[in-house]
Design a protein around this ligand. Sequence first.
Ligand SMILES: *Cc1c(COP(=O)(O)O)cnc(C)c1O
Length: 873
Amino acid sequence: MFPFRTVTVTPRLPGEIRRLRELAYNLYFSWNNCVVDLFKAINQDLWEEVYHNPVHFLLRVNEADLQRAAASEQFLNQYRQAVDSFDIYMQKKTWYDKYIERAGATGHQVSETPDNSGGDRLNIAGGNSLVAYFSAEFGLHESYPTYSGGLGLLAGDHCKAASDLGLPFVGVGLLYKHGYFTQLINREGRQEAHYHYQNFSKLPITLALDSSGRELVVTVELPGRQVQARIWQIKVGRINILFLDADLPVNSHEDRELTGQLYGGDQETRIGQEILLGMGGVKALRALGLAPTVWHINEGHAAFLQVERLREFVEDKGLPVGVALEALRADSLFTTHTPVPAGHDVFSPEMIDRYFSYLYQRLGLTREQFLQLAYDDARGGFNMTLLALNHCGFCNGVSKLHGAVSRSMFHYLYPNIPLEEVPIGHVTNGVHTLTWLAPEMRKLFNKHLGEEWKDCASSVAPDWHRVDDIPDHELWEVHMELKEKMVHFARRHVAQQRVRNHETLERVKEVENYLRPGVLTIGFARRFATYKRAGLLFRDKYRLASLVNNSERPVQFIFAGKAHPADQPGQDLIEFIYDMAAEDRFRGKIVFLENYDINISRYLLQGVDVWLNTPRRPMEASGTSGMKAAVNGVLNCSVLDGWWPEAYNGNNGFAVGEDWDFPDDDARDQHDFYSLYSLLEKVIVPAYYDQTDGMPGKWVSWMKESVKTIAPHFSTRRMVLEYARNYYLQADQRNQIFSADGYQVCSELCQLKYFLREHWNHIRIIGVEASCAESMHPEEKLRVRATVELGPVPRDNVCVEIVYGEVTRRGLQSINTLPLHEEGTAGSAGQVIYSGDVSLPQGTFGYTVRVRPYSPNFAHHFELPLVCWALSL
Ligand SMILES: *Cc1c(COP(=O)(O)O)cnc(C)c1O
């Protein structure tokens, strides 16, 4: 192709509405309808044409339209209100500001951290703190598809809440020239993946420049070459996300494609992308002069950031590699997002050699040592999840259940340590409420919940109980309005698809009669990964047909979802449902919408009656779409997987199946299928159609219960606060302590770990005596004395504790621990006696004594996975 220059010609913005450009360049618009309404007021058709993208809008709009708006008093009022709300948002004192004030006043970390492992002795950095959040996907808005599903949407919502709460925060990702694919369904029901070229000048992003106005560029090493990338920035309220872009003429064609598409290409593309994201991401932060004090790895794709940091510590700071590894751990957090094996990237040792052998020696590591940073014996390669897990001080899953599932997945890394003490916690996902709430619902809440309900800068959740003050019929009317909007949208969407597919006029027209607003409507929209079981409903087509075609109490279904282009079974499932929807008995009553994205998702989860979720437990780590549905008064009907067991209370939705796991998939599928149909036929359909004056009273009470119980807890406000309080603040403190005096603490910790590993096998619990034999009364205390041989291990470096819990088939569970105190030395040298008293509630308990390594600088009890249990009791 011949070379060319580009030039952009944009209409002049009248002075009165000058700040429209600023509003367009901040994703604030994506959760504030007052800004969106401005663009709609200028030219509604154009707003739809540019797919709700304000920057593209300003490139396309006629100057005359802008002048007309600037001359309208009504518009100017609207404009001033929007600008005011934006300014207030940007300047408002946030939770974090107040936190820093309190910390500053006392000179100490204040009690935000529930687990205060030595919190008191530390000064808070405040001004220098910065959380860097790395993610391969960010789902921020429909106008730019940098997401494939839940992971990306969660990252986008995380950033929005970090902005709301005023956290010092920066996101790091990749800017994909084609984003994720657009899904078109052809006449045969096959999915076609189309990649659209994204013209970056139409996106709300700007290039990062150096002080002399030149593009900042970072360079990463790939086999036999260097690849350069420039840095784009996107503003999300108060925070920025940096996006790397390798589409530069200096790079080869293949390298320019590294930021071609999300999750595209082969293993080579994949590792290149991940190196660019992780290592390039660190360099991008440095290029901008940013020095994060907390590093958050959102899913394993970004874990190479730890390799770049290792290189920095070793090469730039001159730390020995063992000390550097401690420095990495100190302030980093890893969030794992899926128990599905395909979600964990593994690269072969040969590949790692090709991409990293240049570094081995520079890091002071042998090939084997480098591979050992993340070696996965079972899969025979370098596992990105293990890279993160092994080298982050903090790790978490994304729901209570997923935390437990992750602990069992990685229990093997912690031999002899009870499953429940595997150091992987959980922070249950949430959603950014204002992004997902329908404007109509928002208006209703404004009216009945008081204005302060949407104050998102505060750590206090609004009083959602005031949902009870909303008159039933008002809530129902808004719901029906949203449902009608959704039905019209769905009809238009299917009609457009048929026109594009050159279907007959009759087939296009027929869509007018599809889906009726009065009919109970069930939505199922998600990625078409097979474990999500989109086909569960179709296991008995006769039963489905009688549900759908019931003359008095019919049901209709809307499906949407993309299957990854490499996922054949997922695509087959789409075709299957598409074929079903074409059968006479289901036509117009089961509808599949192509190209599931944020826009469609909003319409569906604001406008259906029931949101259906049928994953094969426990494969769904959390799920978030149901939370978005719930804030809009849509009832969840879900398998007890992911977030749902935490939310379901018997009156705020419906639970499919049981909360335990089946021995095999077929049994589980069959069981869930029966459960689903029985719920639909016996509970959901009757309740929906039990209407007086066109309103189902019981149903509306469930809707309110659902909003009240789900909106406050399953929000990113609660979620990001939990990340901040449980992890970020601690990691930030640790960053200070560990980096002081030339990384002194890291050296000590490194030596201590080495010493303890060497000498742990000398430790033995010689005897345990207890004050009572088999039974005692609740007011008595159990006195325990243990004689321990420590060998060369100093007393300061161990914790001797009693461990007690419920006696179960699998040993002790629901474990409690209580440290024993040193009582003195025993007869022979090196033996120490420890003792302590435990109060036990009524019941039967098992107890034992153990020794574990201890240092005040450990992030958690099993930072060093060593333990010595009493052998005979
Ligand atoms: C919320 C959302 C998701 C994730 O929801 P799940 O419950 O995990 O399926 C995926 N895609 C879109 C477009 C969403 O809005």
